[in-house]
Ligand binder design. Structure first.
Ligand code: ADP
Ligand code: MG
Length: 380
């Protein structure tokens, strides 16, 4: 099959904003495919730097580094809080995906929800709170609820659960009276996510739906296939594609959804304009993985097939596993015939810090979850 006329081939230089674990896994994928990689990250110990050809170790407002990125054949990002304006500027000189416009939408819960509605999809009931005067008596319908800052929240940070108007007022003050959204707290039957790889309308591929379990606001396990009726899973994939289509998204995008109540209604929670923690299973359990897709699409290549090869469960490894103070017992995962360890090479261990993950393959996702839990316990 011939390549599109504009496609970018090895050994072209690809640039990525951010060099954390997502940047590192992207870099390995790109290097394996024969590309060169330039990583921009101010941290001298950024995980991606150990694999990259060039590490721009500079602040994200450094104009020389921005110029160096403009000389790459294509540029992408590993985090949503990248400066959307820099992405727009770069697009004058090189191929940028996702676009600065899409990144800006994903950075802001209010804009994100407006786009979800524009795509004809549902969110949880919510209201924007920009000033204390927005907290009126009508808002009671949304209580108990969760107040979330419109921007810069992650892993449960920037969120406060509230049950009364008084609590809402003090939560708004605690969050610094920045623009927020108040969401109604809904009855979560399950949480799922869909990673979409989209080049254009004709070339869009979804990874199988992951069922996500969180602990203390951080993803702990993703199991695939999700334990939900096929009709719900199909609907989730259609919704994710529809949202990507509405945003004219080019790149890899993760769509988090809630499965609400006994009727299993699907609502969109949020989107990430990049590969996602809940898509890491693809590296060991699918025909292609989300980082290969990121490389392909930024280069103008068609996404690869993304079918699941075997049921699996991905388990995150947080810094807590090192506590009280020993190196975890990696041999329990490494000695297992169907478990695959990924460590990100972060030198500093901190509680809650994402240090690595592993994926277990099994007969079904329930069994994979049990095995992953058992292995995780034995790491300590
Ligand atoms: P983050 O950016 O931290 O991932 P999320 O909006 O995804 O923020 O919220 C984190 C978690 O909090 C969700 O995965 C879910 O478990 C819970 N949560 C968030 N919003 C709601 C809601 N409206 N109702 C019930 N649970 C929620
Ligand atoms: Mg989330």
């Amino acid at each position: 099959m011939s390549c599109f006329s504009s496609c970018i081939l090895p050994p072209s230089m690809l640039g990525i904003m951010g060099g954390g674990q997502l940047g590192a896994m992207f870099t390995v994928a790109a290097k394996t495919m024969g590309y060169q990689v330039m990583v921009w990250d101010p941290d001298p110990e950024a995980p991606a730097a150990q694999f990259a050809d060039v590490h721009l170790c500079a602040a994200f407002d450094d104009s020389k580094a921005l110029q160096a990125m403009a000389d790459c054949a294509a540029v992408t990002t590993e985090f949503e809080n990248v400066n959307a304006q820099s992405m727009r500027w770069l697009a004058q000189y090189t191929s940028v995906s996702p676009s600065g416009e899409c990144v800006a939408i994903a950075q802001d819960r209010q804009q994100e929800k407006e786009w979800i509605a524009k795509a004809g999809l549902k969110t949880v009931p919510y209201r924007v709170i920009s000033a204390e005067s927005d907290i009126d008596s009508h808002i009671e319908e949304l209580l108990p609820g969760i107040l979330k800052t419109a921007t810069l929240g992650y892993d449960g940070k920037g969120q406060i659960a509230v049950s009364t108007i008084a609590e809402l007022k003090s939560a708004f003050a605690e969050l610094g009276q920045v623009r927020c959204v108040l969401e109604k707290k809904v009855d979560l039957r399950a949480e799922i996510s869909v990673v979409v790889a989209r080049l254009d309308e004709k070339h869009t591929v979804c990874f199988p739906v992951a069922e996500n379990q969180h602990e203390n606001g951080i993803l702990a396990y993703s199991l695939v296939p999700a334990r939900l009726p096929l009709s719900v899973l199909q609907q989730a994939e259609q919704m994710a594609c529809r949202l990507a289509q509405a945003m004219e998204y080019r790149g890899v995008m993760a769509v988090e959804m809630f499965v609400v109540g006994s009727k299993m209604q699907l609502v969109v929670n949020e989107v990430a304009p990049r590969p996602h923690n809940s898509g890491h299973f693809s590296m060991d359990a699918c025909i292609s993985d989300q980082f290969q897709q990121q490389v392909r699409i930024m280069c103008g290549l068609k996404p690869a097939a993304a079918d699941l090869l075997q049921p699996c469960c991905m388990a995150n490894i947080l810094g807590d596993v090192w506590l009280p103070q020993t190196e975890p017992n990696w041999s329990v995962v490494l000695n297992h015939a169907t478990a695959f360890l990924h460590l990100y090479g972060k030198k500093q261990v901190r509680p809650s810090r994402k240090m690595g993950h592993f994926t277990v393959l099994a007969q079904d996702s329930e069994q994979a979850l049990q095995m992953a839990r058992a292995l995780h316990l034995r790491l300590q």
